[in-house]
Design a protein around this ligand. Sequence first.
Ligand code: UD1
Ligand code: MG
Length: 456
Amino acid sequence: MLNIVILAAGLGKRMQSNLPKVLHPIAGRSMLSHVLDSARALDAANVVIVVGHGADQVKTAYAQEKDLKFALQQPQLGTGHAVQQTVGLLQEDGRDDVTVVLYGDVPLVQPDTLRKLLLSRDGGLAVLTEFLPDPSGYGRIVRDAAGKVCAIVEHKDATEAQRSINEVNTGIIAAPTAALKGWLSRLDNNNAQGEYYLTDIIGMAVADGLVVNTAHPSAQFETLGVNSRAQQAELERLWQAELARRQLEAGVTIVDPARFDLRGQLECGRDVMIDVGCIFEGKVVLADGVRIGPHCVLRNVTLGAGTHVEAYSHLEQSSVGEQARIGPYARLRPGARLGNGTHVGNFVELKNTMLGEGSKANHLAYVGDADVGARVNIGAGTITCNYDGVNKFRTVIEDDAFIGSDTQLVAPVRVGRGATLGAGTTLTADAPADQLTISRTKQITITGWKRPVKKS
Ligand code: UD1
Ligand code: MG
C-alpha cells in the first residue's frame, strides 16, 4: 500500500507573503496541487499533508478534496519531526507497504521519476538524488568503498571531505512503512541545527541491514524548490518551457516558446499556430488549423477547425465553430457560443449570447443575453440594452436580419426573420419579419442658422 506524505509546514519567510508558500502558483496551479497531481498519478492509497504555518489556509484551500488527510506540525522541529506527525495516519495492508515523502515546495516532480524511485527501492529504502556542481546547503550522500549509500549528512554537520561530495539528497525518499515508523521513533536532535532530521533514517536503515538505493530525476526542474519569488519565477519559466516543448513535439507551432504561457490544459489538433504572448487558462481546445494571433487570452474556450483569433482578443468560457474570424480586440465573455463562419471584429463584446452560422458583428458592439440566428449582420455601435439595473432580459434576432449601425435593442425584444433595422434605431417593441423598422427623429435643416461667435 502506497502512502504519500507531503511536507508543507514550513514558513516560507522569503516569499514575503500572507499566503502560505505552498499555495503560491506555478502555471496557475498551487505548488501543493502540482505535488498532489503527481501523488494521484501514482494511485497513492493515502495522501497525508503535514501543515504548520498557515495550516488553516492550506486546509481550507483543499477542504473539498476528501481523499486528503492533514497532520499538524506545531512547532516545526525538522523534517523528521514533520513525518513523525503522520505516523498515526500511515496505512499498511501487508502488501508492499511503502511511504514516499515529498516536499510541498518542490512542485514539479514528475510521476515517472517517482515510479523510478519506487522501482529502485527493491524492498528497501530509496533516495532521489542528483549531482550538483555547487552542492552547498544540501544533505550529502555518503557512500562506502563499494559505492553503497551509508548515510546522508547535512551540510552544516558535514566534514570538509563530505562537503566535497556533489551527490545530494533532493529530499524525496521512499521507505518501507513499518520500518519507517520504527526509525522515526528513534530520531534525535543532536546535530548542528538542533532539528529532527528525516535524513537520519538512512543510517538507521543501513544499520538494520536494509538496502538503500538511489534514483535520479529525469529533468532538473523536478527537484527545484521554491523559497523566494525569484525562484518561483525561475521555476515558472522552466515549467512553461517544458509545456511549450510538449506542444511543439505534438506538432503545434509556437512562434516563441519563451513567450508562451499555459495555466491549465491545452488540447490542439494538427497545424495549430500560436503567436507570441498568449495566455491559456483552464481547459482550451483548439481544433485543426486554428491560429491564435499575438497577445490573446483564452480561458476555458473551444475553437473549431480553421478558426482564426487575431491579436489582443480576450475569450472566456466560450465556444466558437469552424472557420470563424475573431478580433483583433474582440471580447467573448462567458456563455458566448459562436457558430461556423461567424465574424466578430474589433471592440465587439459578446456575453451569454448565441451567434448563428455566418453572422457578423464586425465593429464596436455589445451583444449580451441574445439569441442571434444565422446570416445576421450586426452594424457598428449596436447595443443590446439587456439590464435594467436589477433584471436581465433576452434579445432575439432571427435569421437574415440586418441591424443598422448605432441601434439599441431594449430587451426583451425580438427582431423577426429578414427584418431590417434602420441605423440609429432604439428598438423598444418587436420588429416584424422582412420589414424595415426605424425609430429616428426626422432630419431637418434650419436655414440661416448662425453659430455663436466668441466675443474678442
Ligand atoms: C532538506 C534535507 C536535505 C536536502 C534538502 C533538499 C533534511 C534534514 N534535510 O534540507 O538533506 O538536501 O532538504 O532541499 O531533511 N518542513 C516541514 N517541517 C519542518 C521542517 C521542514 O514541513 O519542521 C518542510 C519544509 O516546508 C520544506 C521541506 O520540509 O518543504 C524541507 O525543509 P527545509 O527546511 O527546506 O530542509 P533543508 O534544510 O533544506
Ligand atoms: Mg530547503
